[in-house]
Write a protein that binds this ligand. Structure first.
Ligand code: NAP
Ligand code: G4F
Length: 330
């Protein structure tokens, strides 16, 4: 009989790729969506008619919805990917961020403990927990020093997952994922924003790319690689926590330069404008992960390099904009 997976955050970048991946492995996939005045299902268009994919209604802020769903579905695997996931917004909405991104994890764990304690639980932990890093590269043993309400909330989510594993003997795991990107990334995140705006400059639709801090360094991987790691973490005999990263770091400026170079623009400074509105009250200056444990135990490693990632993302934006232009011409 096929396994049942329950995914929160299925409408997001990772949730949608994870749903694709689990469907390819013959899972019955239950994706939780929250009520919105207009449904945002664009990342799911390729699987909405798949009979093994089921959209179910619930919200991380509402325990009763989580308990109802887990009682009905009795999943084998739970992937808790839902969160207020944009760092900048976490300063503007710190309480909501704490409610969804921190307490939401406890609500999920409690629902699992009450309804399906035999299930396996994956928590979407983040390299943002390392913040003002205390060790380089960062490993599973590096202490946390979060630098945003989001990072603080994720640290809570991480430790409550460890605590439920130790208190109740649940199969509860955390993947400490470093930044991972794709054409399905939200437009507000820096890689997608750069790819989109560089494509607009190339096509004469915009004069300059407007960004904040170009000096911050990130360890950027490809989202499709990272959802496979989530699944592998739940296929082990014992629950544990893993860093998932490429082990390479680049500045935001390097991403910008590479994106411009890919469309044949070398004098990128001419097309860049600093906008202080995108600077953060506290910055995470450097992230670089050591995924040796994942390589050794999960046999996981990334398949897409930094320069390939830039190309994938810029090509996708060029294609979107060129298609829009064709539709407008028609
Ligand atoms: P994303 O694209 O922003 O998706 C977030 C998802 O959470 C969306 O489906 C959103 O639903 C849902 N959500 C938000 N609040 C909710 C609530 N109260 N109840 C139910 N659903 C809610 O994020 P992502 O990049 O896929 O990331 C997935 C997870 O991994 C997040 O927890 C993120 O914090 C974490 N993470 C991401 C990265 C990364 O580099 N991408 C790295 C480390 C950790 P709507 O569509 O309705 O808004
Ligand atoms: O793309 P970002 O917004 O991602 P950030 O803050 O690193 O967070 C992402 O990765 C985390 C894992 O480490 C996840 F947990 C989290 O959910 C999210 O997916 O910003 C990256 C860097 C920052 O240093 C930021 O200051 O880019 C810098 N930046 C410079 N100009 C900008 C901009 N970021 C954004 N979003 N927009 C700008 O205009």
């Amino acid at each position: 009989m096929s396994k049942k997976a329950f995914i929160t955050g299925v409408t997001g970048q990772d949730g949608s790729y994870l749903a694709d991946f689990l469907l390819s492995k013959d899972y019955q996939v239950y994706g939780m969506v929250r009520r919105t005045s207009t449904p945002i299902l664009e990342r799911l268009t390729n699987i909405l008619s798949n009979p093994n994919f089921h959209l179910v209604n619930g919200d991380l802020a509402d325990s009763s919805s989580l308990i109802r769903l887990l009682n009905e579905i009795k999943p084998d695997e739970i992937y808790n990917l839902a969160a207020q996931s944009f760092v900048q917004t976490s300063w503007e909405e710190p309480i909501l961020t704490g409610d969804y991104t921190a307490l939401g994890v406890t609500r999920m764990l409690e629902a699992m403990r009450l309804c399906c304690p035999q299930a396996k639980f994956y928590q979407a932990s983040s390299s943002e927990m390392f913040g003002k890093v205390l060790q380089t590269p960062q490993t599973e043993k590096t202490p946390f020093y979060p630098r945003s309400p989001y990072g603080v909330a994720k640290a809570y989510g991480h430790f409550i997952t460890v605590n439920y594993r130790e208190s109740y003997n649940l199969f509860a795991c955390s993947g400490i994922l470093f930044n991972h990107e794709s054409p399905r990334r939200g437009l507000e995140f820096v890689t997608r924003k750069i790819a989109h705006q560089v494509a607009e400059v190339k096509l004469g639709l915009r004069e300059k790319v407007e960004l904040g801090n170009l000096e911050a360094k990130r360890d950027w991987g490809y989202a499709k690689d990272y959802v496979q790691a989530m699944w592998l973490i739940l296929q082990q005999d014992k629950p544990d926590d893993y860093v998932i990263a490429t082990g390479e770091t680049h500045t935001v400026g390097e991403f910008l330069q590479a994106a411009f170079a890919h469309v044949g623009i070398e004098d990128w400074q001419t097309y860049f404008q600093h906008n202080p509105a995108f600077d953060r009250p506290a910055e995470v200056d450097l992230l670089i992960g050591d995924a040796s444990k994942a390589k050794q135990v999960l046999n996981w490693q990334p398949s897409v390099t930094f320069s390939d990632l830039v190309k994938i993302m810029v090509d996708a934006e060029m294609a979107i904009l060129q298609n829009q232009a064709k539709v407008a011409d028609f």
